[in-house]
Every structure is written in C-alpha cells, then in structure tokens.
Write a protein of this length. Structure first.
Length: 317
C-alpha cells in the first residue's frame, strides 16, 4: 500500500521555499530543530491575513521568534495587527537543565520563572508577541480567528482535550495551518487517536525530517456537535486504536515509523496493560519498527511497573 506520506511528497516539494531562515533564528537556543524553525518561518512568511498566530508551548521562544520573523517578512500581513500569542507556564523544570546547559543557560531551580529569558531571546520581535503565561488548559482563547496553530503542549490527555476544545473552533477551514510538534513523540499516544478522529479535517502538508513534528492544513470545519465524541477517549476500543496508529504510520517518513510504534507501546502502558505493551513492542521489533523512541518507552516507570516482567529481552531484534 502506498503511504499517505508518499502521496504527499509532491505537495511537500511544492510547499518548500527558497526563503532563507534568518541566522539569528537558526542559532537561537531552544529544543527545536532547524527544520522546525524553517517550516514555521516559511508558514508565517506565506500565510494569508486571516487571523492570529498561536504558539502553544513556547519555552525560550525559538518557534515564537521563527513565526514572528515570518510575520515581519510577509508583506500581506503589514498593517493587519497579526501577532504571535505565546503560551507557556514559563516555569522551570529540572529536566530542562541538560538542554539549557548546551547554550550556557544555568542558574534556574525547579519552579523558577524563566519568562525574563524568553523576553530576552525574543526582544527583537517584542512588538509582535503577546505572552500568555500560565497553564494552557486553563487559558480560554478569545475567539479570534487563528491562521497558524502550533502545538507543543499536548503532554497529557487533559491538556490535549482543552487545546482541541479551545483553539480548533477558531481555525478557518481551507486556510489555517496546524503544526503538531509531538506527532511522533513516544509518550503522547492520545494525539494519534485525536488525529484519526479528525482525519477528514486535516490534510498533511509536510512531515518534517529530523523532527517529531508535522504540518497540516485544516481543510474542513469540525462540527460543534462532534467535539465531545472526538475527545471521548474512553469510547475507543483496541480496533479503533489500531486503525489510529496505522493511519499515523502512513503519514510519517519511513525513518519515523518506529516513533509511532513507540507511542502505541506507550498507549498500553498508560492504560496499565503491561502484557499488551510487551506484546506490541515484540511485534514492532519483529516487523523492524525499532529505534530510540521504543527504548525511551521501555525506560519509563510505567514499563518497569507493568511490562518488564512480560518482556523477553534476549530475543533477536
């Protein structure tokens, strides 16, 4: 079967641009890749003036700045009042330290605000950025139309549901872009069920290399009456979950299939179904869908608690 990714390769080529990512964006500290920054700079550089731009999960602002730089370079947005709304708690967690140390960013303790560092990093585009500091799950959107929605905040089911409920109704069918940064992250298995259930509302534009992210166009409005059903995760049986992960594997580049496979393993771990998690890992191992993301899933406390006793580590990959 030809994957959806293969079918969209021509669209990816069409979407690609010769626009050069500004050097100050390329070298900015952050957890994001060059490809991600280039993709979102290009998106903002070419987007129509149909609404605001929202960045959920900004950290130090590398993607916020990429978007703001794109707005600056887009003549169609001049005088439209288009801004980038940057959402984050802006509170430090110890797991951030190793990445921050690569850029000589030190001195923060768990719970400290790093909002001043965000302001410093994005000062060049301060007039285009509106900061929303706090938990995105408790921040209602004001209803303005959204031209680009960047999502790096679906780290748990509650926040994922809140993002879909609060922000997706403001997307413009046929126009708006959605960037899902954690599409191929091992932990966020619920994203695949959501994307499966809204597969008729999103069209893949680009699955990024060297990234967990992918870019979509919002092609068809989600009926208001459908949100509760879309976000009722408890109603999903194993067959629907299987369909969801199969669909996701068809969207990503071949080298990222193991990342989606890891999310499938993690789905069982979230449900405390250790024997099924081990069986899924063994199946993907046999099918050649193995990589660092599955090993990350196997390093979680959930794996050790529920699946380790069911795993055969000596089997040949």
């Amino acid at each position: 079967m030809v994957s959806l990714f293969s079918r969209y390769q021509k669209k990816i080529a069409h979407w690609s641009s010769t626009d050069q990512l500004p050097q100050d964006i390329a070298t900015m500290p952050g957890m994001t890749s060059y490809q991600e920054r280039e993709c979102l700079y290009r998106a903002a550089r070419t987007v129509e003036p149909i609404g605001q731009i929202v960045d959920l999960g900004s950290w130090l602002g590398s993607l916020t700045a990429s978007l703001a730089a794109g707005v600056t370079a887009n003549p169609a947005l001049a005088g439209t009042g288009t801004k980038v709304y940057a959402y984050d708690t802006f509170l430090w967690h110890d797991w951030m330290a190793p990445m921050a140390m690569r850029y000589s960013i030190t001195g923060y303790s768990n719970g400290d605000s790093f909002l001043p560092a965000f302001h410093t990093q994005t000062a060049k585009w301060a007039n285009l950025i509106e900061v929303r500091a706090g938990d995105v799950a408790s921040f209602p959107w004001d209803g303005q139309s959204i031209s680009i929605l960047v999502i790096d905040a679906m780290k748990d089911e509650i926040t994922a549901k809140s993002i879909v409920t609060n922000f997706f109704p403001s997307l413009i069918a046929g126009k708006s872009l959605v960037f899902q940064q954690d599409f191929a992250h091992f932990y966020t298995s619920w994203i695949h069920l959501i994307w499966w259930r809204i597969r008729d509302n999103l069209e893949l534009i680009e699955d990024l290399a060297d990234s967990g992210g992918s870019l979509y166009r919002y092609t068809r409005a989600i009926p208001a009456s459908s949100y509760d059903e879309i976000l009722d995760f408890q109603s999903a049986g194993d067959e629907e979950w299987n369909d969801a992960f199969a669909h996701s594997r068809s969207l990503v580049r071949p080298e990222k299939i193991h990342m989606v496979a890891a999310a499938e393993v993690m789905r069982f771990l979230h449900g405390k179904r250790g024997e099924d998690a081990a069986a899924a890992a063994a199946r993907h191992r046999a099918e050649g869908h193995w990589g660092p993301e599955i090993e990350l899933a196997m390093a979680t406390p959930e794996w050790k608690a529920f699946a380790e006793e069911h795993w055969t580590p000596t089997a040949t990959r």
